[in-house]
Design a binder for this molecule. Sequence first.
Ligand code: KG4
Ligand code: ZN
Length: 352
Amino acid sequence: MNYYERMKEKFNKLKTKQEVIILSIESSCDETSVAVVKNGRVVLSNIIASQIEIHRRFGGVVPEVASRNHITAISNIFEEALQEANISKNDIDAVAVTYGAGLMGALLVGVNYAKGLAYALDVPLIAVSHVYGHISANYISHQDLKPPFVCLMVSGGHTALLRVDDYNKMKLLGTTVDDAVGEAFDKVARVLGLQYPGGPEIDKLAKEGHLTYKFTVSNALKNTFNFSFSGIKTEVVNLVHNKTQKGEEIDKANIAYSFQECITDELSNKAIKSCKNQEIRKLVVAGGVGANSRLKEKLLNLCTENNIEFFSPVLKYCTDNAAMIGSCAYYMLKDGLGLAQLDLTAKPNIDL
Ligand code: KG4
Ligand code: ZN
């Protein structure tokens, strides 16, 4: 029997195994992360080597630099993850890896390391979508959380509302028609001269600002669950350029506040509206922008007002990490999904 034939049998047996230990790998952007997750909910270790400092001087992630740093980091991070989880290689039941979406070269490092590892240990390889991984960050943060719920997915690459009927069954309710919300945060931060990544910087600076500017989001999408953020991004860029040309002072904190206020209104209002529309009284936020303090505050307030339960991942699981990939892989395995062959490759784009 070849590797894949053997793995089909092992994979099936794992579905009913009492204790499943998954070693997971994430390298889609600028974080190299390896985690050990038990039964999809218990994080035994989650090591993250962030490259933020390396990319900061370029004002954003440089793909080739990211790939090279993943290569340098991954073996040590793997050893560290085993050590912290206090397990040996032989305790690993399956290897999971983010195969997309993300930067091609960066993803390939994780995918190839995972393939080598799965083959060497003779355990199944599970291919996980980064976006669904972000949703699973909530399962490790809230032990009792189960679908169905509505998910507001807000990351650097995606913005969407999803109805999550089951762990592996979801329906897209709406998505962005142009930029992802994280992209808008990063671009606005850049024009304000803030450092990369821009989202946390705007979040921080906005705390010192007031509502001064009336930025807008597309009126044409008002009665839909879709989003558009390129218009507001351009509004901010034009405002800053005009002020610069006239030699006026750029009141960064007020611009950050006004921008964040408009964006978080749009996200939170549509999220609550979709819960009501779907008659689901549970809202979950996922992705890096889910770390935004104002967004969480608004979602929590609106959920309380409307008798909807609200869940967000603990901060360290909001942004990229391998633990969420291990959790997602466990629930895929339970449904018999995601078993990969050794010709698995990376996919920069994956549809929601
Ligand atoms: O989910 P994530 O780590 O990576 C992707 O899958 O894209 O999201 C990264 C995005 C970046 O655009 C970053 O600026 C944004 O999340 N972000 C935030 C905050 N923390 C991270 N945006 C707003 N407020 C934050 N506190
Ligand atoms: Zn992410």
